[in-house]
Design a protein around this ligand. Structure first.
Ligand code: M6P
Ligand code: ZN
Length: 187
């Protein structure tokens, strides 16, 4: 793995720019203002899919840039697996961030630290989004069943119930409804 360039042998690379994250950030005004100025690369995903079929695994190296839209830290789109029972293992390689885990049917969300040498188990039927709260790139590997698939639909429709924003220099988890945006712009 080349952690600096976010590449991996035999991988297909997907690049997500700010414009690909429409609707993901809570502060729509800050998002629009940021996009009017620039369309920065927010993260890359280098996926390796050696084989399909029962018992096979796929894996992906992701690099999430540091930064914020308004007060909200840069994040991935987030998804449920199309095959709902499919779980995933995340291995933190660099940087400092969190995985926001939200059960599809349940009230609870969990914010789990994701940083170098950390391992996070994402159970099935759980939406997952990565958030970079550090000053450096957040780099991690995700390993998942070949048949898992990515379902972005539910998140695009209602987003995650909670947001991770900077308040007084710290990362805090808030209910989306409780978050009142104040400072527009990307920083
Ligand atoms: C991890 C894995 C990938 C995923 C990527 C980015 O590397 O879970 O399968 O694509 O993170 O997340 P998203 O697909 O939500 O943008
Ligand atoms: Zn996944």
């Amino acid at each position: 793995m080349d952690l600096e360039r976010g590449t991996l042998e035999n991988a297909t690379v997907t690049r997500r720019y700010l414009s690909d994250l429409r609707g993901a950030f809570a502060d729509e005004r800050a998002y629009a203002q940021a996009l009017a100025r620039d369309n920065p690369l927010i993260y890359t995903v280098a996926s390796v899919e050696p084989a399909t079929g029962e018992g096979q695994l796929h894996y992906a190296l992701a690099v999430l840039m540091p930064g914020k839209v308004g007060a909200e830290y840069f994040l991935t789109k987030g998804h449920l697996h199309a095959w709902r029972p499919a779980a995933e293992v995340y291995v933190g390689l660099r940087g400092q961030g969190f995985l926001l885990l939200e059960e599809e049917r349940g009230e609870t969300s969990r914010l789990v630290p994701l940083s170098a040498h950390g391992v996070v188990y994402v159970p099935g039927r759980t939406a997952h989004r990565t958030i970079n709260v550090g000053a450096e790139k957040l780099v991690y590997l995700g390993i998942y069943p070949a048949g898992a698939g990515h379902d972005y639909g539910a998140i695009a429709e209602r987003n995650f119930r909670q947001v991770v924003v900077e308040q007084a220099g710290r990362a805090v988890l808030l209910d989306r409804a409780a978050f009142r945006p104040s400072t527009p712009g990307v920083s």
